[in-house]
Write a protein that binds this ligand. Structure first.
Ligand SMILES: Nc1ncnc2c1ncn2[C@@H]1O[C@H](COP(=O)(O)OP(=O)(O)OP(=O)(O)O)[C@@H](O)[C@H]1O
Ligand SMILES: [Mg+2]
Length: 250
């Protein structure tokens, strides 16, 4: 599904990703853990196509197609979805309007018709109810004045509506209370499917006990330095990242 090969990326001439190689199969949930500043968010931004990042080497393939030459909206139309560590606030745009525009933009790129208004309302309401998002919140401007946890739930709502193939979630668990964590994890679990894969970036084993990953990868100093199964997350929780701290600095 997602194939990252020897990816190198700079920001302002400073190398951040130094040869990331990672492959995520259809149906798989892969987790990335790693110390602060190791490049996890940078990896998600590069996958999304954020323009400040310059890819100097390597490639990223989504279902065999190279993503790096595509504009961010093309990537989304190909089925890529990213939930960022810090969701953007969009003043003046009602959440409902934003969701509809996002969904229709994607349908248009794919050569599909706009969604019928009644169908749209029905699917938003259904997904919102599942995630404990009130109708009042849907009428407010996107993310403006939403609490940290409410923003994260809203990201999962967008994901449920857009039905992506490849979902990258950057610290979707940070700032969530215990109930919200469970709701968000259930939202992700209910979207797990044979033709969909997830890359979940997290610091905590706690999330991974709700969203049990198939594989766990450790990122340190811009590279994947260790891969394993779910037990690796438990091990890291107990031992920390000290084993990886001795990586040579660039
Ligand atoms: N615009 C920028 N200018 C300079 N350095 C940057 C910029 N953006 C990111 N960096 C640096 O890149 C490195 C990787 O940052 P990144 O956000 O990818 O880390 P992370 O693994 O997501 O960390 P965390 O666990 O704290 O979220 C950090 O050292 C950061 O300071
Ligand atoms: Mg980060």
């Amino acid at each position: 599904m997602l194939e990252i090969r020897n990816l190198h990326a700079d920001i302002d001439g400073k190398p951040i990703l130094k040869g990331v190689t990672l492959s995520v199969k259809p149906g798989e949930v892969a987790a990335i853990m790693g110390p602060n500043g190791s490049g996890k968010s940078t990896l998600s931004y590069v996958i999304a196509g954020k323009e400040e990042y310059e890819v100097t080497k390597g490639e990223v393939l989504l279902e065999g197609e190279s993503l790096l030459e595509m504009e961010p909206d093309e990537r989304a139309a190909k089925g890529l979805f990213l939930a960022f560590q810090y969701p953007l606030e969009i003043p003046g745009v009602a959440t409902m309007t934003f969701l509809k525009a996002a969904l229709n933009a994607q349908r248009k790129k794919r050569g599909e018709d706009e969604i019928a208004p009644a169908d749209f309302i029905r699917s938003v309401n259904r997904a919102a109810d599942k995630l404990g998002i009130s109708r009042e919140m849907l009428r407010r401007a996107l993310n403006v004045g939403f609490s940290g946890g409410e923003k994260k739930r809203m990201e999962i709502l967008q994901m449920a509506l857009l039905e992506p193939r490849m979902c990258v979630l950057d610290e979707t668990d940070s700032g969530l209370d215990i109930d919200a964590l469970r709701i968000v994890a259930e939202g992700v679990n209910s979207l797990r499917a044979q033709n969909r894969a997830f890359l979940v970036i997290t610091h905590y084993q706690r999330l991974l006990s709700h969203i049990v990953p198939d594989t766990v990868h450790v990122m340190a100093d811009g590279r994947i330095v260790k891969s394993g199964g779910p037990e690796l997350a438990t091990e890291l929780e107990a031992r920390g990242y000290a084993d990886f701290a001795a990586q040579p600095a660039a």
